[in-house]
Design a protein around this ligand. Structure first.
Ligand SMILES: Nc1ncnc2c1ncn2[C@@H]1O[C@H](COP(=O)(O)OP(=O)(O)O)[C@@H](O)[C@H]1O
Ligand SMILES: [Mg+2]
Length: 290
């Protein structure tokens, strides 16, 4: 049941198991004529407590989850939970993870919308296919994740006079309308690296708009402190959480194979040297490619 009466309201933040809810059937994999899956179901294991989030973001997502858990109470007052979220920020700072966490906390199936597949399916059918995806998705509660959403906004901005771009414009228009028409049991989460590329009208369709920034130096320290390496935060100078995570896993992996009796922190210090060389090689290659 969605809102059992003795449910703890603060389970979201304390990391305890979420309440059981109704078993949900599976959406049929929806395919276009070329056999592309338009909706890809993915396992959502990430939990909110796994993520370092700015207070504002954690608060807003906590509210969203509460609204869905207490849907019946809201309904008594004539309200529905919010269900359209856009996450903005550079890669590797948790947009996808947060979308997954919303699904995991609410025990909802997590679907990635592959509209790029939709677009390539032949422009004439795109709008029709898109509508189908939404009709299918709307049949049961789920989280629908739209990654790289700026692609959609950009197509609309670029649309000129030829028939292909006219069709894209229609597709985008239809897409936005479908997002707005989704029942509140379906949570649409869009992600973009490029806030500037979305037009205002588009952004306003989302009731919750959040920015996910890179780690502050304090957050980097806290992250690295898991292996006793908080003091390496400055030198590592990770620009996103993904990099921090990678470094952590790298150290732990090497530690697992090591026969020497050295601390994770010491190992981390040695790995950092290699890590920085790697980063430099990467940058040089990037420059060479232009
Ligand atoms: N805010 C965060 N807190 C903790 N770990 C994070 C955070 N953001 C990203 N990560 C780590 O980096 C990985 C990639 O993040 P991801 O959610 O794919 O970022 P994005 O979708 O914004 O590119 C995650 O699997 C996670 O391990
Ligand atoms: Mg992502």
């Amino acid at each position: 049941m969605r809102g059992s009466p003795n449910m703890k309201s603060d389970w979201v933040m304390d990391g305890s198991a979420p309440p059981k809810r109704m078993e949900m059937g599976q959406l049929k994999p929806l395919q276009n004529h070329k056999g592309h899956k338009l909706l890809q179901r993915r396992e959502a294991r990430r939990r909110l407590v796994d993520l370092e989030l700015p207070e504002l973001v954690a608060g807003q997502i906590g509210e969203l989850i509460e609204e869905h858990l207490k849907r019946q109470r809201l309904a008594k007052h004539g309200f529905e939970p919010r269900n359209r979220v856009i996450l903005i920020g550079p890669p590797g700072n948790g947009k996808t993870s947060l979308a997954e966490a919303i699904a995991a906390e609410l025990r909802l199936p997590f679907y990635v919308v592959r509209y790029s597949g939709v677009v390539s399916s032949g422009l004439g059918e795109t709008t029709q296919m898109m509508v189908k995806v939404f009709e299918e998705a709307a049949t049961q509660p789920c989280v629908l994740f739209f990654d790289e959403f700026e692609g959609v906004g950009r197509s609309r901005g670029k649309a000129g006079g030829d028939s292909a771009s006219g069709e894209i414009t229609r597709m985008v228009g239809a897409l936005l309308m479908e997002i707005e028409r989704l029942p509140s049991t379906v949570i649409a989460v869009a992600a973009t690296n490029h806030a500037g590329m979305l037009d205002r009208a588009m952004e306003r369709r989302f009731q919750i708009r959040l920015t996910l920034p890179g780690p502050t130096i304090e957050q980097a320290r806290k992250f690295l402190d898991r292996i006793g390496a908080a003091h390496l935060a400055e030198e590592l100078a990770a620009t996103n959480f993904s990099e921090l995570e990678e470094f952590l896993v790298d150290v732990e992996r090497r530690a697992a194979l090591s026969d020497e009796d050295e601390s994770l922190a010491t190992l981390a210090e040695r790995r950092l040297v290699l890590w920085k060389q790697r980063a430099e090689v990467g940058r040089a290659e990037g420059k060479a490619k232009g």
